[in-house]
Design a protein around this ligand. Structure first.
Ligand code: ZN
Length: 546
């Protein structure tokens, strides 16, 4: 809220200021709107400040990634529907208590608070149950149809490690081996200065109160690792892919899309020079900063139905140093530019605009409109269609029917037809395009599947180490402790984490559900693949699909 007012006083428009701040936090227009309403409420009544409910729960325990991973994995093994009581029961298990050094059980209300915090993955449904976002239809579809095929395509070219983290050499002579692939896993994690090994459960009768001290200063880490060589750094150790970032005002600000791109280019430099004879693949989160497309990228979102002389994309004007230029009103000056071309099925370019030398002066350089674009792609009588269905909530195609085939048969609106065109669908993120130009493939992980990204376990392991270090509020100590903790994760551990993530991927490839995969992964600990007899074993053990 302070940042919005700051931008506003600095000359940004009211809405612009809120959207700027929302974007810096990777949030959308809805969040910007909420920011504006909070500020209005605050100006009317200075006591009316939003309370950060996430903060009132015992974060020090749940921000222990190791514990969070264990809870998530346990809940996953329970099935699609779980209750908060499942966490309570799990943490009451003496073996679990011993493993995490816990001395007490938690209350049901604390567990409910945690479910809320895990809310990125668990949605509440009636009867006190929660449903797993991990098993959401679109997420599973992405996992099975995009992520796993991409991973499985390169899997035969990956090195393998046994349960002790030693490389498994194949009997095939080196000369006839396919070109190797080196996978690098990337992610971010935040370390808090006051996050120490103090586990205190919030009692059921205790009113959740905001913690006076908070987590203190924080340090964000973004890094890459491979099973071959650990954290990504140059041969001499002088250059590393790791970025330490002090988020917040008067510190480093916010990690933007440009920061991400810079880091990936630096990581590509190191990886390509270290592994010149291998193919480099970065496996990354599905985060919005990774998915951001070029401003001028093909998009049906705001296209007009009919001809328009103003349709285009607004981009900030930059000076020679790449900084935004401000107008006399203090606002960032913007220029309207054309959206990029589409591509016809035969690969030729499809311009969205009439040629500048069109015989009809009225049409010269004008945007053609969705109707015209669809007609040029062979659709007829689209002029009678609406521009778009209400809230773009189009009737869903029946299962197993490809959307484009369905909507071509049953067109509902112009925008949907364009949106489903292969070239509109295939627009890549800036990150993907810039990495591909350098010969580096990028694979996006499915949402909510932390078990598929072994770097999550590296964070968990580092944080366990970090919490053992003496507490300090000094920035320099914070940074040194974090770096020490990260470097304490052994290569052998990293290889075990890597093997575990491949085992989960194999379980999903074989058609196991999240619940079955969690069971199978535990049973075949240390293995890279799950045997084909797994379904028989699941039946014998009485493990159902959900
Ligand atoms: Zn529609």
């Amino acid at each position: 809220m302070r940042l919005v007012l700051w931008h506003f006083m600095g000359g940004s428009g009211w809405i612009d200021a809120s959207e700027l701040v929302a974007e810096a936090h990777d949030r959308g227009p809805y969040f910007a709107k909420r920011l504006r309403s909070w500020i209005r409420a605050f100006l009317e009544d200075p006591h009316n400040l939003p309370v950060n409910t996430a903060n009132t729960w015992n974060r020090s325990a749940l921000e222990n990634e190791d514990l969070e991973l264990a809870i998530s994995e346990h809940l996953q093994s329970v099935g699609k529907y779980v209750r908060a009581a499942d966490i309570v029961e799990y943490l009451a298990d003496p073996r679990v208590q011993q493993h995490f050094g816990l001395s007490d059980t938690i209350s049901l209300s604390t567990a409910q608070g945690w479910m809320h915090q895990l809310g990125f993955r668990w949605r509440k449904v009636p009867h006190g149950q929660y449903v797993d976002g991990h098993e959401r239809e679109d997420v599973v579809k992405y996992r099975q149809e995009v992520y796993l095929p991409a991973l499985n395509a390169i899997r035969p070219r990956l090195r393998q490690y046994d349960e002790h983290g030693e490389e498994v050499h194949s009997n095939v002579p080196a000369a006839s081996l396919p070109r190797r692939v080196c996978l690098f896993w990337q992610d971010e994690s935040t370390f808090f200065a006051n996050d120490r090994r103090v586990v205190r459960w919030v009692n059921e009768r205790e009113k959740p109160v905001p913690r006076a001290k908070g987590e203190g200063a924080s340090l964000m880490v973004s890094d890459f690792f491979s099973a071959e060589d650990g954290w990504l750094r140059s041969e001499d150790g002088q250059t590393q892919a790791r970025r330490l970032f002090r988020p917040g005002k008067n510190r480093d600000g916010y990690f933007t899309n440009d920061d991400v791109l810079q880091q990936f280019h630096a990581a590509a430099d190191i990886a390509l020079s270290r592994w010149p004879h291998e193919d480099i693949v970065f496996v990354v989160d599905n985060a919005p900063t990774h998915q951001k497309r070029e401003a001028t990228a093909l998009s049906a979102r705001s296209m007009t139905k009919n001809l328009s002389r103003t349709f285009g994309v607004e981009i900030p004007i930059l000076d020679e140093a790449g900084r935004p230029v401000h107008g006399s009103d203090g606002k960032v000056s913007k220029a309207r530019v054309r959206m990029a071309d589409g591509t016809f099925a035969d690969g030729t370019k499809h311009s969205l605009y009439f040629p500048d030398d069109h015989p009809d002066p009225e049409l010269r350089g004008a945007f053609k409109g969705m109707v015209k674009l669809l007609e040029e792609r062979g659709y007829s009588s689209v002029g009678r269609l609406r521009a778009q269905c209400d809230s773009f909530n189009c009737p869903a195609p029946p299962p197993d029917t490809p959307p484009l085939a369905y909507y071509s048969q049953h067109p509902c609106c112009c925008r949907r037809l364009l949106y489903e065109q292969p070239d509109f669908k295939a627009v890549k993120s800036r990150l993907e395009m810039e990495m591909e130009a350098r010969g580096v493939q990028v694979i996006f992980l499915p949402k909510f599947h932390c078990e598929l990204n072994p770097i999550e376990q590296c964070w968990g392991s580092s944080k366990k180490e970090y919490r053992e270090k003496p507490s300090s509020s000094k920035e320099a100590d914070l940074e040194r402790n974090v770096v020490d903790a990260l470097d304490s994760v052994s290569l052998h551990s990293m290889r075990r984490f890597y093997t575990r993530s491949l085992r989960f991927a194999d379980a999903y490839t074989k058609g196991l559900t999240g619940k079955q995969a969690a069971w199978a992964s535990k049973k075949y600990r240390g293995h890279r693949v799950i045997p084909d007899t797994i379904f028989e074993e699941l039946t014998n053990a009485g493990i159902s699909a959900d």
